[in-house]
Structures are given as structure tokens and as C-alpha cells.
Design a protein around this ligand. Structure first.
Ligand SMILES: [Fe+2]
Length: 413
């Protein structure tokens, strides 16, 4: 029983570190501030292991409560960490019990590919990446083609079966070979999507700028490729040069502005949010206001013709979910959280850089009338993914209502 108390206290200790990590990484603090805080938190987390080891030795020789009673530091530690640990465990159990796949996710299937095996060689470059690449269970060189079907009540008949490919968090660093990202492009193009939506963290290192044309320039979608930037894209300066290179490769930036697209005679209104890292979306007008004041080009004439077009948001972070509520989007696509990158069996992810912690680490969520899909993304600045496959998503929209609260159909191909 003594060990149970210490385990709960340990969960409290590590839980506080995880919450601090998530909150700091959800902000727009400079990179060096986040890196320093990351190291301090790692030391605090490590201190628990050291403290626990010391206590285990004490527990092996003396009864637990006599140790506690004899040591003021222990009393303080348990008084502080036990209730916090109990809170985290209670909250986790509540969320597990409450969580259900939204009834509007009609079907889901996943097809996995081991790209390293296909290429017959390692895709990792550099000592750190090669070390992580050998880590047992690391899936950073895999691709999961994730096919989802969403019920969108306001979908016009003409958009029935609209195919959206969602890609996010490429993190081009040079640690993973560009041939891996070419396979991502191949997989996305094989979906033959109507639209491709890219939600940020495209490139971390300026020496990968030359990859842009080969990777993003080869994406193909009938009605265009639209993007927003993420926090890691701030490493490329000036930012305008990165946006220009992306636009030159055929992508359309939608940060903080409305973009209307005419698809099969119906209008889709797209916009992007890069907050808190880039400010463009901060004062975005509602679509209705923008239609009156700003629609002065030919594209927008289509939008005016549509009284209330389908509204889609590209946001780097799922933290913008409450910002999205006031614009009444039908769909929101986000990345940034990478599914936590390491998912412990049954428990799930521990950290995700969001002010909501791991709540929106990955998956599909109903927020009022809006459906938000948070992708696990493709890569990361550290080449490690355990039980968290890189995701290339294809979302097919339907206006046909599922019968009642139809459970999610899942099949692995
Ligand atoms: Fe990212």
C-alpha cells in the first residue's frame, strides 16, 4: 500500500511538470525561453526518480509511515503531490469514460506503410536521428493513410463526396531524408483530392528551403493547395521569403483572410489562423462583413452568390477552437500537437503543446456545430514516434446523416 501512495504522488509530481510543459509550448515565447524551461522541467521530473529511489531504499528497511513521520520533507512532499496525483488520475478516468468518437465521424480506415522498408535503407541523417531511428517501436519512418468520412449537415448536394487531404507538421530539418517526404506527396496525390489543406510547421531549417519545390510543388489537388504557417516556420527569416517560396510552388496562403473557392458550382470559404505566432487572424472580419467590405475581386463574386457558404478553418494549433466558435465554421483542421508523439498503451499521450494539455492531442472532436480534426502530423523536430504513426489524412464529406449515433466503423487494411 505504501508504494501506491508514492506512485500517486509521483503521478502528481510528473503531472505538474507535464502541465507546465504543455502550457509553455502553447505560447509564443521565444524559442530560447521555451528550451530553458524545457530543461528545468526535465530536471524537476528527474528529481522525482532520484527521490523515489531514495525512498524505495527507506521503504525496504523501515515501515512507510514511520519513515514519513520521521521526515518533514516527506510529509511536505506527500501533502503536496498526493492530492495532485489523485486529481490527475480522477480527471484521466473521467475523460476515458466520457470520450466517444463523434457520431458525425461515419467511418475510418487506416493503411500503414513502412517507408524505410520500401526504400531498403535508413531515412535518418545525423547521430541523434540515427540513434532515435533505431529505438524499438519508433514509427517516425512510417506513413499511415487515414481515410475518414465526416457528416457535415450544411453540405450542399453538389459537394457530396468532397475529398479533402489534410497534411501538417512536415518539420523539414534534414534529419529525415527528402525521399520520405516524396512518399508523403505520393500518398497524398494517390487520394486524388479536391483540396489539400496544410496546417503549418512546414520547415525548420533554412538549408531545407531547396526542398520546397520538390515536396510542396508536387502536391496535386483539383481545386488547390492552401496553407498556414506554424510556430516552427518562424525559424525561417524573413517570413515573407518563406511565404513567397511556398506561393511560387503553387500553394495559396490563407492566414487572416477569406479565400473563396468555387467547387462544382458551390462556394467554399476558407480562412487560416496562425495565432499566437503570426497575428493576421487577430482582427479577421466575419465572413458576412468581409463579403460586404472586401469582396472586390472576381473570385468573391461566387461567394456573394452563395448566401452562406461552407466555412472551413485551417489553424496551426487546436487552441484556437474558441476563436473559431465566433465565426461559425463547419470544419476546422489543426496540427501542432503531433498526437503527443509518444502514446503509452492504454494511457495515451502525456505531453502535447497545448493550453488544453492532451485533450486535443489528435483525433476528431465536435465543438458545437463544428467538427475539428487534429492530425498527428507527419514529423517533428525530434525523430521519435511511439504508437503515434505519421498521418496523411483523407476526409470525405457527406451531407447524409448517419443513422442515430452510429458508432465509428474502424478497419485496418
Ligand atoms: Fe509541429
Amino acid at each position: 500500500m505504501d508504494f501506491v501512495w508514492w506512485a500517486v504522488a509521483g503521478i502528481g509530481h510528473l503531472g505538474v511538470c507535464a502541465v507546465a510543459f504543455n502550457q509553455i509550448h502553447a505560447t509564443s515565447y521565444p524559442r530560447h525561453v521555451r528550451k530553458i524551461s524545457e530543461r528545468i522541467l526535465a530536471l524537476i521530473a528527474l528529481a522525482f526518480a532520484v527521490y523515489l529511489g531514495w525512498q524505495m531504499i527507506a521503504l525496504a528497511t523501515v515501515r512507510f509511515w514511520s519513515v514519513v513521520n520521521a521526515n518533514l520533507a516527506n510529509q511536505f512532499y506527500l501533502t503536496f503531490c498526493l492530492p495532485i496525483g489523485a486529481y490527475f488520475i480522477g480527471r484521466w478516468c473521467y475523460r476515458k469514460w466520457k470520450h466517444r468518437s463523434p457520431a458525425r465521424v461515419i467511418s475510418r480506415s487506416v493503411q500503414k506503410q513502412n517507408i524505410q522498408k520500401q526504400l531498403g535503407r535508413s531515412v535518418y541523417h545525423g547521430t541523434a536521428a540515427q540513434f532515435l531511428g533505431c529505438w524499438p517501436g519508433n514509427q517516425a519512418h512510417w506513413i499511415a493513410s487515414e481515410r475518414l468520412s465526416f457528416h457535415v449537415p450544411r453540405l450542399p448536394q453538389s459537394l457530396e463526396g468532397l475529398k479533402i487531404c489534410h497534411l501538417t507538421d512536415f518539420h523539414l530539418t534534414g534529419q529525415i531524408d527528402r525521399s520520405y517526404f516524396s512518399k508523403i506527396v505520393e500518398t497524398a496525390n494517390a487520394f486524388e483530392p479536391d483540396l489539400i489543406l496544410v496546417t503549418g510547421d512546414l520547415i525548420d531549417e533554412s538549408h531545407c528551403m531547396d526542398w520546397i519545390e520538390e515536396i510542396f510543388g508536387n502536391l496535386k489537388a483539383t481545386h488547390g493547395i492552401y496553407y498556414v504557417l506554424g510556430n516552427h516556420d518562424r525559424r525561417i527569416q524573413p517570413e515573407s521569403m518563406l511565404r513567397q517560396r511556398l506561393e511560387d510552388s503553387g500553394m495559396v496562403g490563407v492566414s487572416g483572410k477569406w479565400q473563396s473557392i468555387c467547387v462544382r458550382g458551390s462556394t467554399i470559404a476558407l480562412t487560416g489562423n496562425e495565432l499566437p505566432w503570426f497575428p493576421h487572424a487577430a482582427n479577421l472580419k466575419r465572413l458576412e462583413e468581409a463579403m460586404i467590405q472586401d469582396f472586390n475581386n472576381q473570385d468573391f463574386e461566387n461567394a456573394i452568390a452563395a448566401e452562406d457558404p461552407l466555412k472551413i478553418l485551417l489553424s496551426h494549433s487546436p487552441d484556437q477552437v474558441h476563436w473559431a466558435a465566433k465565426y461559425k465554421f463547419d470544419l476546422m483542421f489543426a496540427g501542432h500537437t503531433h498526437g503527443g508523439q509518444i502514446q503509452i498503451p492504454f494511457i495515451g499521450p502525456i505531453v502535447a503543446p497545448s493550453r488544453f494539455g492532451i485533450r486535443y492531442a489528435s483525433g476528431t472532436f465536435t465543438i458545437g456545430q463544428m467538427l475539428m480534426h487534429v492530425s498527428r502530423g507527419i514529423s517533428g523536430d525530434k525523430c521519435i514516434r511511439i504508437n503515434c504513426l505519421p498521418e496523411v489524412g483523407l476526409i470525405t464529406l457527406t451531407g447524409q446523416s448517419p443513422s442515430g449515433s452510429r458508432p465509428i466503423k474502424s478497419k485496418a487494411e
